[in-house]
Design a protein. Structure first.
Length: 509
């Protein structure tokens, strides 16, 4: 087992189990209830159980899919599974071939491959909400959906409990930590400031806050003002991402192993590297707060997709969201539209939470650090879901606004001095200056055979002649190019035991 179970004490009490380690409790619960017990667990975890008596193995994760992937491959000769693609390939004799359909789906969806496919043919990933059963007697593998218990509470018990539920989640996580030095990310947003406020209430731990940003879009100054205004005694580290960060892009792809791509990867990489240098083994994150508060599934409506692909989307992100670099411009969206594959059916899971967990979790884990997610506690989810469903029945101008309600409560909780510096606009790492510094080098990928398999000559001609319009697409293609070099070419197999590599981008191009 890897990860943590938040409701372990409750489950132990309900089942009359006495044990200290999470993994021992999992074993006892299985012996008591068979595999059905997994429906009761709440947390961020991946578990493998092998029952020698019946010759069966069970692989499952928390309901959101854990912060680590689970790769597997099955044929008549073998079954292989691992949370690490490097270890998977090291022990597998599978012929390696880039899954072109999956690569195009990856480009179209931007963040992750939406199905069980991976970038390697015949290697798959376990999707959130699935149980994989291996039967050695019949040499068969079965994947079934996990029907977890859906808890609910009356509206009067949820009313006004938003902050208390997050406080309870943080308290549960703190009780599992051995070290008293606590690390957390800090932005000028509501979620990380609420976490910092609650951690500061505890009083016992030394809190260390980290803020990273880009040259043009940077929340560090606001975060520094926040620490001065309301968090005396908190050690605050602020850093600007260096323009040469793309030199380390091969190391980023090496660590993420092709599961996830996101424009904030450079920030995640720098954060993980900084935490590792400082000696931290865990960090509190405000990730997934919006998805839990609004019950977002990450699936875009047709209208939202249309707006993103039109000039309206560019205007919205530039003048309303005030992002100097939209998540994906309408020009890029139109370019990617032909990559949509009607034959690839996404799994029934929250795609947005999955890629957010993976972009943080895989990167942090590669540095020996565990991400801690207070907003992913099941009680927190139930509170916000109850409020949204009960109050959201109101129509039109009286509709319940879960984000607005939550932010107002956070303002009152953290106090006026801190609230004065909070902002609704999420921070992001702008890639413009780092991309421009390396484009002369990056453009060499357009001569590679693997990019010519993914794009046709017309598409290559369009983006290579107008790189400023297709910056995010080009970086995504660079990611795919490097994945092919690192994991399919077999050139770097001797390094598979290493969590990271020090080979620079110029050595590939």
């Amino acid at each position: 087992m890897v990860g943590y179970i938040l409701n372990l004490e409750k489950v132990k009490a309900e089942n009359g189990i006495n044990c200290e380690k999470d993994v021992d409790c999992v074993g006892k619960l299985y012996a008591l209830k068979n595999i059905e017990f997994i429906k009761e667990l709440n947390g961020i975890f991946s578990v493998f159980i092998f029952d020698y008596k019946i010759g069966k193995g069970y692989i499952f994760q928390d309901q959101r899919g854990s912060s680590l992937p689970m790769y597997y491959s099955n044929n008549k000769n073998h079954f292989i599974f691992s949370t690490s693609l490097k270890m998977f390939l090291k022990h597998s004799l599978l012929k390696r071939q880039l899954n072109i359909n999956a690569a195009r789906d990856f480009l179209y969806n931007r963040n992750t491959i939406s199905t069980k496919e991976t970038l390697l043919k015949d290697i798959y990933k376990l999707l959130p909400g699935e149980l994989l059963t291996v039967d050695l007697n019949s040499r068969s593998v079965e994947i079934t959906a996990i029907s977890r218990k859906t808890s609910s509470i009356p509206l009067d018990q949820a009313e006004g409990k938003q902050i208390d539920s997050i406080r309870s989640s943080i308290s549960n996580i703190l009780s599992k930590l051995i070290k008293k030095d606590v690390a957390q990310t800090l932005s000028a947003g509501f979620d990380t400031n609420l976490i910092l406020h609650i951690l500061k209430e505890d009083g016992d731990a030394q809190i260390n806050a980290f803020t990273l940003g880009g040259r043009d879009i940077n929340e560090a100054p606001a975060a520094q003002e926040i620490v001065k205004a309301g968090y005396a005694g908190v050690k605050h580290v602020a850093k600007i991402i260096d323009e040469n960060i793309l030199d380390s892009f091969p190391d980023i792809v090496w660590r993420l192993e092709g599961y996830v791509y996101e424009r904030g990867l450079l920030l995640q990489y720098e954060l993980a590297r900084l935490l590792s240098l400082e000696g931290y083994t865990s960090v509190f994150l405000g990730e997934c707060a919006n998805q839990i508060i609004t019950s977002s599934t990450g699936r875009e409506t047709k209208l939202k997709k249309f707006i993103k692909m039109s000039f309206i989307g560019d205007i919205y992100y530039t003048f309303v969201k005030k992002n100097k670099e939209p998540p994906t411009t309408s020009t890029e969206s139109k370019f990617l539209l032909p990559f949509y594959n009607h034959n690839l059916k996404p799994g029934n899971y929250n795609i947005e939470i999955d890629y957010i967990l993976k972009k943080s979790g895989i990167m942090l884990n590669s540095f020996g650090i565990e991400g801690l997610y207070p907003f992913l506690d099941e009680y927190v989810r139930i509170i916000f879901k109850t409020l949204k469903e009960a109050k959201g029945r109101r129509r039109y101008f009286n509709a319940y606004d879960p984000i607005g309600d939550y932010r107002e409560r956070v303002r009152k909780e953290v106090g006026a001095a801190v609230a004065a510096h909070l902002t609704k606009v999420g921070g992001s790492t702008d890639l413009g200056y780092s991309f421009n510094a390396k484009f002369v080098l990056i453009k060499n990928i357009f001569h590679s055979s693997i990019i010519k398999e993914i794009l046709n000559s017309k598409q290559i001609n369009i983006i290579s002649h107008h790189p400023e319009r297709y910056r995010l697409v080009i970086l995504h293609l660079l990611y795919l190019f490097l994945f092919n070099e690192l994991f399919i070419s077999s050139k770097f197999d001797s390094l598979f035991d290493r969590p990271g590599i020090s080979i620079q981008l110029k050595d590939f191009l």
